[in-house]
Ligand binder design. Structure first.
Ligand code: NAD
Length: 382
């Protein structure tokens, strides 16, 4: 069975889906592995390095796409690439499916079996394939490093003959995978950290990292079976905003990471809250590309509003692209290993398997994820 890994379409993407260290894992399955010439260019990994590990370098990507049984990528494919794929080909990548319904429909229509990395179940066994978590963790780290670089003050307390510098105050909103790593990073840099999440279960995790959990009573909140936050009502969000204004005003750095599965991110930081912050302070909105937690944040831009710098860069894992690629390559190789039939030396998609069933977004012409299926049908009808 032939696996092909094309180059990323976006020239600004510094991450790659496969690194040389992971090639061996795929070859050990008995697969034939082709990679597109220049795959590792953004990380200064030469083709020869991949070649030495046993991968075959190909320059005709259209032909390679047309002949591949399995295609592995980091980000979603271009629509014209889907048309080239064989019927029944397996495609694995991040797809951002809720915001790319046309793409999902095209994958189904092309009879592609699309494994969607965002839909890997949040189970203990599947953790090694969970690219959302591996990338979110690095995004949390990178957000703090970026904020530390942009802010006009030092993060740790410093006692000097010229006086004492107070530690920076960092406020983290949303304590999932990214938020926890942001807390840990800010603490390591010596900041005073406060954090808030609607899921009360995270209070203990926040405390264990040496940060202070901010309690805001907004009534009934909760989480889904997969551990995702449930959406708050508009009244609850308003209560949350009122209580949070004080914490934002006191913070030098605010990092927001609040996401809702399959929905736009909740708008948490209002223009008034931004106006209440000290000029020179910094906000990093990790949700900028999914609707934004912060009023005024722009996807992939840094803007200054009333002296407050609002950073909305969406590809923060790309700031630590080498590590992010290593993690992603490991996630996707683990997924392929999981769906691989060792005797047949081929991918065998067992729909009874929880991981396959959860992540297989399109198969045999069908869209399998109910929420996405409904959304595509609604879009087609309108
Ligand atoms: P996420 O990216 O969906 O959201 C980030 C955080 O934002 C979450 O903690 C969420 O509760 C919070 N949030 C949502 N609305 C908010 C609001 N209005 N105000 C403040 N915070 C808000 O979350 P995630 O990082 O993907 O993690 C979700 C949960 O899943 C976590 O508990 C995580 O530990 C768990 N998880 C489990 C596994 C596993 O078991 N394999 C893997 C990954 C994550």
């Amino acid at each position: 069975m032939r696996i092909f890994v094309p180059r990323e379409a976006n020239p600004d993407e510094a991450r790659v889906p496969l690194i040389p260290a992971t090639v061996q894992k795929l070859l050990a399955l008995g697969a034939e592995l082709q990679i597109e010439q220049g795959l590792g260019q953004s990380l200064f990994i030469a083709d020869e390095v991949y070649e030495q590990t046993g991968a075959m370098i190909v320059s005709d990507r259209r032909q390679a796409l047309a002949e591949a049984d399995v295609v592995l990528r980091l980000n979603k494919p271009e629509l014209e690439d889907i048309a080239l794929l064989k019927r029944g080909a397996v495609h694995a990548s991040l797809l951002d499916p809720f915001r790319n319904l046309e793409l999902v429909t095209a994958l189904a229509a092309a009879q592609v079996s699309a494994l969607c990395m965002e839909l890997i179940p949040r189970t203990t066994y599947a953790q090694k394939m969970d690219a959302l978590s591996s990338q979110a963790s690095l995004a949390g780290y990178a957000a703090v490093i970026l904020a530390a670089e942009r802010i006009d003050k030092a993060l740790p307390m410093m006692t000097t003959p010229a006086g004492t510098i107070a530690p920076a105050r960092v406020f983290i909103v949303g304590v999932g995978v990214a938020g926890l790593q942001a807390i840990a990073t800010a603490k390591r840099l010596g900041a005073r950290v406060e954090a808030y999440d609607t899921r009360p279960v995270v209070e203990e995790q926040v405390a264990s990292l040496g940060a202070k959990f901010v309690k805001i009573d907004v009534g009934e909140t909760g989480q889904t079976e997969q551990g995702y936050a449930k959406a708050l009502t508009e009244e609850q969000l308003e209560l949350q905003r009122q209580a949070m204004a004080r914490f934002c005003a006191n913070a030098d750095i605010v990092i927001t990471t609040a996401q809702l599965f399959g929905r736009p991110a909740p708008r948490i930081i209002t223009a008034e809250m931004v106006a209440g912050m000290r000029p020179g302070s910094v906000i990093v909105d990790l949700a900028a590309s999914t609707g934004g937690n912060v009023t005024g944040s722009q996807p992939d831009e840094e803007v200054i509003v009333g002296g407050v710098r609002i950073i909305g860069l969406s590809n923060l894992p790309g700031h630590v692209a080498r590590d992010a690629s290593q993690m992603y390559a490991s996630n996707i190789a683990n997924l392929i290993e999981h769906v691989w039939d060792k005797e047949a030396k081929a991918v065998a998609l067992n729909l009874e398997d929880e991981i396959v069933s959860g992540s297989l977004l399109t198969h045999q012409g069908e869209i399998r994820e109910p929420m996405i299926k409904e959304l595509t049908e609604r879009t087609e009808a309108s």
